[in-house]
Design a protein around this ligand. Structure first.
Ligand code: ADP
Length: 384
């Protein structure tokens, strides 16, 4: 445990579809100074047992610090939010032997965000390529605003005042989509590897750009030649072209490959089981496909694919965020959720989309602890 001499007093957890986010307060054991620090830690929800083990260690620190004279260990209260607060409720109580108080997920998100906006200096920032990370200090007119929380899925919340909010929309094309599709399409094994690939990639190898269609820009309606006309729009043609070239040069051509695959896919007791993906039949071992390989029918790199999909998801969310802000008359748009992860291309895309569609009238804001809004909100909800 980091900072392991510090006394722990209070734990909150936000267990989502992809990640479990933990926030706890600690202070130095013999410090005469008031105050302490908030600690942030996340685990994959699939590895919830690791998370519970971590929390058990925190509980032991709490017990040691309080000895026998002060509150009993069972008084260490765990605040919980997110879907996992329900799904894993019994498990958390059992493993930790403490009481668990559940709090509403959306309410926690906005309580957490309000705290970050109003109380934490150098937390909220705007982003552009020319001016990355410009911190914003709280003004008098925080409300109303739109919160776009990009977790596994995406929620759009209209916030009119403290604890006054409404979920006005959502989309299932979110962080889980990028994570899932890139695990199918690239060799990346972790989300951070996917983001690293995206940083290196060139989406114009995969996306159909305005310039590919017009040969130039389409200035009349404000489209640059580099504007994406169709995400992944070049793939089909490029792939077919590569296959035809391979066929012409005497390799295993497209028709041969198709035939070969069909034969392989029929081997299960004669029942026809079409492969979900080529890899199902081409790679019997649990190996990840390598799109950078010499296979001529796959002229796309993992990096280009990652960049393209990151743009597709982020642009889509940026566009919906703008439309929601228009419908509800909101000009401040906060983006939260672990999907963002401080990644420059993601923030630039979201920020640019808001600026572009609103013609500069609306502003996108980001947070240093973007993934912890719900956990911090739950943390703050504990009654003193
Ligand atoms: P949820 O509450 O639905 O779990 P989060 O706000 O925690 O949502 O965001 C989850 C998303 O964050 C994932 O779907 C993925 O896009 C991204 N992400 C960021 N870091 C990681 C990581 N270490 N492992 C998996 N996904 C991550």
């Amino acid at each position: 445990l980091p900072n392991h001499t510090a006394v722990v007093s209070h734990i909150a957890i936000d267990i989502g579809g992809s990640l479990a986010k933990l926030v706890y307060f600690s202070r130095e054991a013999h410090s005469t100074e008031p105050g302490g620090r908030l600690n942030f830690q996340s685990f994959e929800t699939d590895h919830i047992d690791d998370c519970l083990e971590f929390m058990r260690k925190l509980k032991r620190r709490y017990q040691r610090a309080n000895g026998s004279n002060s509150p009993p260990a069972s008084d260490l209260c765990v605040m919980a939010t997110g879907g996992g607060a329900y799904k894993f409720y019994d498990k958390v109580r059992e493993v930790l032997g403490v009481d668990v108080l559940r709090e509403d997920e959306m309410e926690c998100l906005i309580i957490g965000l309000d705290f970050f906006i109003n109380e934490i200096p150098r937390e909220v920032f705007t982003y552009s390529e020319e001016h990355p990370m410009q911190f914003v200090e709280p003004g008098d007119n925080v409300y109303p605003y739109l919160l776009v929380n990009i977790g596994s899925g995406v929620s759009f919340l209209k916030v009119s005042g403290p604890r006054e909010y409404e979920r006005v929309g959502g989309t299932s094309l979110g962080g889980g989509t990028l994570w899932g599709l890139l695990s199918l399409l690239t060799g990346a094994r972790t989300f951070d590897e996917m983001l690293d690939l995206a940083s290196e990639g060139d989406n114009s190898n995969v996306d159909m750009l305005v310039g590919d269609i017009y040969g130039t820009d389409y200035g009349k309606i404000g489209l640059k030649s580099t504007t994406i006309a169709s995400s992944f729009g070049k793939v089909f043609r490029k792939k077919r072209q590569a296959e035809n070239e391979a066929e012409d040069s005497g390799g295993l051509g497209h028709k041969d490959q198709l035939h070969h695959r069909q034969q392989q896919s029929q081997t299960h007791n004669g029942v026809h089981t079409p492969p979900l993906l080529d890899e199902d039949v081409e790679q019997q071992e649990p190996q990840l496909p390598d799109f950078t390989s010499k296979d001529p029918s796959r002229p796309f790199s993992s990096a280009d694919i990652s960049r393209s999909l990151l743009y597709a998801i982020s642009n889509n969310i940026g566009q919906i965020a703008y439309l929601q802000s228009q419908i509800h008359g909101l000009s401040h748009i906060y983006f939260g959720g672990s999907f963002i992860r401080g990644h420059p291309q993601t923030m630039n895309t979201l920020s640019y989309a808001i600026k572009f569609w609103s013609k500069g009238a609306k502003q996108a804001y980001f947070l240093r602890h973007e993934g912890y809004l719900g956990a911090v909100g739950a943390f703050l909800k504990r009654q003193p």
